[in-house]
Design a protein around this ligand. Structure first.
Ligand code: PHE
Length: 333
């Protein structure tokens, strides 16, 4: 066996196992080169040295070839496994979408923040009311035409899905002693045909403050500050007289139209103003119905149509977008 044959055999080993077989075949105990060394004993002493040197050189060469082939095969194996398990550590991580808050919730949190800063507490009442809390105690007598204003739903048992959060005024005033300041956010229900600006189920945020010597000036200031701080700075406001049986005087707060800045457009029906928050001083009959003496205690109340506020604040032009449950809406917030 000569160097060339050895080199060819070693090169022919395609992987590490095959190479080990080659090694055993050449250099193992019964290997070919080992066998050549064993022949040494049978040689004449003068031949022995030369042959010995030759075989040893062959052995060293075989060893070197084996080593070289081994590291070559190991390198290839490593490269192959790196290739198979390759990972781009600089690649951007896959997106994990975060949940978002609904714009109604977002603005409500701001409004609650604003009012709790002014000493108001959050109050609530049931969604399904009785006629006493939704109407009677609010100075809206049975069979009075004013009841028609609210497009009331009735359940089979005669209960009323509340038409406004003003029922919480009654529940609060009957259960507490003045002075008191409460804010009552909640869902209300009306038998309305649903379109871009009307829904059969929407939100109101009721405010009520009972104290001594409460006047319209307090209400005006409270609502003007709210509009300025929460809806948007620089909006003009105006108050118009309005009728609600449970307040006297009653008024509506208008804001200059956010869409046309008062010039007149389709949204504000060319008036330049948008009706935003009804309110007034709580009617003496209502205070009395709740057990408070109107000569000692006065109150103001307001009831924001909250969906409209959300629409103005975020520029949403169709109330149905707030309720159709599409994620494309909340993903923008
Ligand atoms: N509850 C009235 C409505 O829904 C709004 C309102 C609340 C008016 C408080 C005056 C005072 O129409």
């Amino acid at each position: 066996m000569d160097t060339q044959q050895i080199a060819a055999t070693v090169a022919g080993a395609g992987d590490l196992t095959a190479l080990e077989d080659v090694r055993v075949r050449l250099l193992g105990k019964k290997g070919e080169i080992t066998g050549m060394l064993k022949q040494l004993g049978g040689l004449a002493p003068e031949e022995r040295a030369a042959f010995g040197a030759q075989v040893n050189a062959l052995k060293a060469e075989a060893q070197a070839l084996l080593d070289a082939r081994k590291s070559e095969l190991e390198g290839a194996a490593e490269a192959a496994s790196l290739d198979a398990g390759w990972m781009d550590v600089t690649a951007p991580a896959p997106e994990r979408p975060l949940g978002r808050l609904h714009p109604i919730t977002l603005l409500l949190e701001e409004v609650i923040d604003h009012f709790t800063g002014l000493g108001f507490e959050i109050a609530s009442g049931p969604d399904i009311e009785d006629s006493f809390h939704n109407f009677d105690a609010l100075n809206i007598p049975k069979d009075h035409p004013a009841r028609d204003v609210w497009d009331t739903f009735y359940t089979d048992r005669g209960e009323i899905p509340r038409t406004h959060t003003s029922s919480v005024q009654i529940r609060t005033m009957m259960n507490r002693t003045p002075p008191m300041r409460i804010l009552a956010p909640g869902r209300v229900f009306r038998n309305e045909t649903i379109d871009a600006t009307h829904h059969a189920s929407f939100h109101q945020v009721e405010g009520l403050l009972v104290d001594r010597q409460v006047s319209v000036a307090h209400l005006k200031h409270t609502l003007e500050t709210l509009v300025d701080r929460v809806i948007g700075r620089g909006l003009k406001t105006r108050f118009r007289p309005a009728f609600y049986p449970f307040v006297e005087p009653g008024l509506d707060l208008d804001v200059s139209c956010v869409f046309c800045h008062g010039k007149g457009c389709g949204v504000c029906k060319q008036s330049g103003w948008i009706e935003l928050i009804p309110g007034g001083l709580v009617h003496p009959n209502v205070l009395r119905a709740c057990g408070h003496d109107p000569d000692e205690w006065q109150a103001y109340a307001f009831g924001m149509g909250f969906d409209r506020m959300v629409m103005l604040r975020y520029g949403i032009d169709d109330i149905r977008r707030l309720y159709d449950g599409r994620l494309s809406l909340v993903r923008q917030f």
